[in-house]
Write a protein that binds this ligand. Structure first.
Ligand code: KG4
Ligand code: ZN
Length: 345
């Protein structure tokens, strides 16, 4: 079954053709990073206008690279939330029109389900059940993944997402958007134990996250550090700052993921979302997992950040079950995964 997956939830226009929920025939992503970089974050109005310009060329490119014509597809899958309303609307209405003219069925996908299932784009995906830590610019959540379409939320952020914290700290340092990859690189030259930033573990058994205290602590530190000379201060470099901040985030993420592993009794953890690209997070996760005799997996970087292929995977399993969306479906800025409704034809 050939599925075209489309995602325009935030600042990337993405389309992909995936066969049988696994084999990627094409995965095209038009990034808007250079557009938003000077603003230190995504500007929603600019993002939706850019999606309008790019959606058709991106889909055409995805079909061309896959060497497939629209009538050779078996179905369409599109993200309807959570995300930026103006951005989501572009993908959804494009897909509705394509479905109308081709007669192809389409399904409405929760973006988080796409991230959770992105590991199925790799060879040897884990058997169910497993724990998935979804860490991106908009989300930080832990799920017990029981089956395709069956996800139990174990914990989530009470305030900022992990990627958002990276982006905000980078903005404070004038490093532009997105902050994650830049700070990840800088941290390689820094000392993670140089500054003892707080780690919010919340209550003993809580699987929730909170990054706002850390963000405030880093903001206060940067202010003091800059007035004392900033990058010219002899004992604390900007790389130390990046490494110390990053270490706090990573320690919290790993601590909570391991707690989820203990509670569920699973021996498998997946990491998904843009922050799963972080090199230090991957190294420390692997170290901790090896110590505990469990396995930890993540998809390759292009399947961690937003992409249409993961939406096609989620779409494939829903189409297979006979699910079909109708033309009255709307987008949703907030869309908890336990509210995902399965429609049957
Ligand atoms: O999954 P994604 O592409 O979009 C959302 O659904 O939000 O994630 C983007 C986020 C950004 O906040 C970005 O700073 C972060 O992922 N990110 C990273 C790294 N690469 C991307 N954060 C830390 N380290 C990285 N290497
Ligand atoms: Zn995402």
């Amino acid at each position: 079954m050939y599925v075209l997956g489309i995602d325009t939830s935030c600042d990337d226009t993405s389309a992909a053709v995936v066969r049988d929920g696994h084999a990627v025939l094409s995965n095209v992503v038009h990034s808007q990073v250079s557009l938003h970089h000077p603003h230190g974050g995504v500007v929603p109005e600019l993002a939706s206008r850019e999606h309008i310009k790019n959606i058709l060329p991106v889909v055409k490119e995805a079909l061309a690279r896959a060497r497939i014509a629209p009538h050779d597809l078996d179905g369409l899958a599109v993200t309807v939330g959570p995300g930026l309303i103006g951005s989501l609307l572009v993908g959804l209405y494009y897909t509705k029109a394509l479905s109308y003219v081709t007669g192809l069925p389409y399904v409405a996908i929760n973006h988080l389900e796409g991230h959770i299932l992105s590991i199925f784009l790799e060879d040897n995906p884990p058997p169910f059940p497993f724990v998935c830590l979804t860490v991106s610019g908009g989300h930080t959540s832990l799920y017990h993944v029981l089956d395709f379409g069956s996800y139990r939320l174990l914990g989530q952020t009470l305030d900022d997402a992990a990627g958002e914290a990276f982006d905000k700290v980078a903005k404070l340092l004038g490093l532009g958007y997105p902050g994650g990859p830049v700070l990840d690189n800088m941290a390689k030259q820094g000392d993670p134990s140089k500054i003892a930033f707080p780690r919010a573990y919340l209550s003993k058994d809580s699987l929730d996250f909170s990054f706002s205290g850390l963000k405030t602590a880093v903001a206060l530190f940067i202010k003091k550090w800059q007035s004392a000379g900033g990058a010219t201060t002899p004992d604390i470099t900007v790389n130390d700052l990046a490494a110390s901040f990053q270490e706090s985030v990573i320690d919290i993420l790993i601590h909570k993921a391991m707690k989820a592993q203990e509670i569920t009794g699973t021996t498998r953890i997946c990491i998904a979302g843009g922050v799963a690209c972080n090199s230090r997070l991957r190294a420390k996760f692997l170290q901790e997992a090896t110590k505990r005799g469990i396995s930890v997996m993540w998809p390759r970087p292009e399947y961690c950040t937003d992409n249409g292929a993961m939406i096609a995977v989620a779409g494939y399993h829903r189409l297979l079950k006979g699910e079909r969306a109708d033309y009255t479906i709307d987008v949703r800025s907030r869309y908890p995964i336990d509210e995902v409704v399965t429609e049957r034809s």
